[in-house]
Design a protein around this ligand. Structure first.
Ligand SMILES: NC(=O)c1ccc[n+]([C@@H]2O[C@H](COP(=O)([O-])OP(=O)(O)OC[C@H]3O[C@@H](n4cnc5c(N)ncnc54)[C@H](O)[C@@H]3O)[C@@H](O)[C@H]2O)c1
Length: 315
């Protein structure tokens, strides 16, 4: 059996569908505070689980005898700046509850960290695996703490926990949940719907990104890797491509003629300004064979093919 927390989210809903496709619907228990249509459509069993409740997490993990837990429940960067206490509680205490519940078992855990662990002191181009982090957002502080906790539980208690530092994830299934890279998804949706988008970061903002199917593939590949191949128990750097907001707008405009993007940076600009532009993910490539399937052109084409409404005159 496989447990997924935060299963109704942007990543969780796609991951649950992939896990059901691989292992069958009876093998996957999808949990969250809420449900969503896509989670229901996957056919997986569903349950409510608040990861900040240690007893509920302990009981569910003990009773379920899960071989794998994908612990995705989280509060993302932009929401985390508005609700820092909640961000810490869900992202750090929630992770600790899961790690405590699997201690002494053979359960393998996947927990996503983020490029948000990096901050203004970090080398922004080809950011190395091991480097200064010093994040300046609560989300980054929580993710950096979570990474160290994973490493501690792996060393001290032998917990088989695995993690990647996801870049911004672009997907079309469930809308993103309040992150700084949400502009990339919003740009596609608004281009198809209205032919116009007002972007909340400036045009030159360049960030590492990844298409949703590759984010799912990374989680599955890392969890399938032999324990002996995992040399990083904090979290692996991971990326697919980097682009600036204006480069994405141009790529969309080439497929959606007449699309106009304007730029009105808000508080999320200050967050984006502290993150790397390009990530070095060579350790993930060497250790467990990571490689993305989608480059930016393939991602743009696939996103648009899923979002386009044939009745929409902009496309
Ligand atoms: N989407 C990205 O670009 C991105 C990038 C880097 C890392 N990540 C990480 O991947 C994970 C999943 O992200 P996502 O994009 O799917 O986020 P999301 O906001 O779309 O989904 C997170 C889910 O967690 C749930 N949740 C919140 N509090 C909870 C609680 N107390 N108990 C149980 N569930 C709770 C929410 O209801 C939501 O469905 C998070 O840990 C996030 O930090 C995402």
């Amino acid at each position: 059996m496989i447990l997924v927390t935060g299963a109704a989210g942007q990543l969780g809903s796609d991951l649950v569908a992939a896990l059901v496709g691989l292992h069958g619907r009876e093998a996957v228990l999808a949990t969250d505070l809420r449900t969503c249509d896509q989670m229901a459509r996957s056919g997986a069993d569903m349950a409510t689980l608040d990861v900040t409740d240690p007893d509920a997490v302990q009981t569910m993990i003990q009773d379920g005898a899960f071989e794998q837990v994908y612990h995705l429940a989280g509060i993302l960067s932009a929401r985390g700046e508005k609700q820092p206490d909640l961000c810490w509680t869900v992202n750090v205490d929630g992770l600790k509850n899961v790690l405590n519940a699997v201690r002494g078992t053979k359960t393998r855990v996947f927990w996503p960290s983020s490029i948000a662990v990096f901050g203004p002191d970090t080398q922004r181009h080809r950011t190395p695996q091991v480097t200064v982090t010093n994040p300046t957002t609560m989300y980054g502080v929580a993710k950096a703490s979570g990474e160290m906790m994973c490493d501690y539980y792996a060393r001290k208690y032998g917990v088989d926990v695995r993690s990647v530092r996801y870049p911004g994830i672009i997907s079309y299934g469930v809308p993103p949940g309040g992150g700084t890279t949400d502009f990339a998804v919003d740009m596609f949706v608004q281009a198809v719907k209205n032919g116009q988008y007002t972007c909340f970061v400036r045009e030159s903002t360049r960030l590492p990104m990844m298409y949703g199917p590759d984010a799912v593939k990374a989680a599955l590949d890392l969890m399938a890797a032999a324990p002996s191949s995992i040399s990083v128990r904090t979290s692996y750097n991971l990326t697919a491509f980097s682009f600036s907001a204006e480069e994405l707008a141009a790529a969309i405009e080439s497929r959606v003629p007449g699309f106009v993007c304007e730029y009105e940076p808000d508080f999320r600009q200050a967050i984006a300004d502290t993150w790397p532009e390009v990530i070095d993910d060579s350790r993930a490539r060497e250790d467990w064979g990571w490689h993305p399937d989608y480059d930016i052109t393939a991602m743009v084409n696939d996103m648009l093919s899923h979002l386009v409404d044939p009745a929409n005159s902009h496309v």
